[in-house]
Design a protein around this ligand. Structure first.
Ligand code: GRF
Length: 223
């Protein structure tokens, strides 16, 4: 049997995506969550990690005088876990090209929008303001461009006439909780690759907006 993929999750807040990764039985057969690193000491995700017996490290960005110093410490914290894959899940710091390039092909992010639309913050508010009929979630490989790396997969979420930013955000988050474990499972099974910004799944090149998936159910919500 192949050794399990060692995964480190970088968080900064609630950690509901981390919880979805912890709870995925399918993922657990292919991957091991070896560590959780937070850039905030008060991130609730740290408690989720501890309950699941996952080692945690806090690298508080506020304690560092420069981004370089912060990233040196972060790099060390990541290396301590010897990961095969690093996941950003609500990690709210922009990472430099140097950091990102070092982990080329093994650093993923989840973003609450159908990229390349609505990079950055306040995606739900902006999708509503733009009158979008469809919004959603994307998982992508991380490059130096914020939310701009090659897209692996997306789940669309219909925008309802009565939606406000909170109702929409909560349905997109449910989609995220389904999508991230799915994509991480592919990676852990060695099926997902990214070389020179070209993403392949089972040796087939994915379309520019990644594999389009649809949410099978809205059950099993992680809040
Ligand atoms: C998610 O919407 C994720 O896409 C974005 O930040 C949020 C993190 O939520 N990058 P959580 O901490 O996983 O609950």
């Amino acid at each position: 049997m192949m050794p399990k993929c060692a995964v480190v999750v970088l968080i900064g807040g609630n950690g509901s995506n981390l919880q979805a990764l912890i709870d995925s039985a399918t993922l657990a057969t292919h991957a091991r969550l070896v560590g959780v690193i937070s850039h905030r000491a008060d991130a609730y995700g740290l408690a989720r990690a501890k309950s699941a017996n996952i080692a945690t490290t806090v690298v508080p960005h506020v304690d560092f005088a420069s981004r370089e110093a912060f990233e040196d410490a972060l790099h060390q914290a990541v290396e301590n876990f010897k990961p095969d894959l690093i996941l950003l899940a609500g990690f709210m710091r922009v990472l430099s090209n140097d950091f990102v390039n070092h982990y080329e092909g093994k650093l993923l992010n989840i973003h609450p929008a159908l990229l390349p639309k609505f990079k950055g913050l306040n995606t739900h508010q902006r999708a509503l303001a733009a009158g979008e009929k469809e919004h959603g979630a994307s998982v992508h490989f991380v490059t130096g461009e914020l939310d701009g790396g090659p897209i692996i997969a997306q789940v669309p979420v219909a925008v309802l006439p009565e939606d406000d930013e909170h109702t929409l955000a909560s349905r997109v988050l449910q989609a995220e909780h389904w999508l991230y474990p799915q994509v991480v499972t592919w990676f852990s099974q060695n099926r997902l690759k990214c070389t020179q910004n070209i993403v392949t799944l089972d040796d087939k090149r994915l379309p520019p907006q990644g594999q389009q998936l649809s949410l099978p159910t809205m059950k099993g919500i992680v809040s």
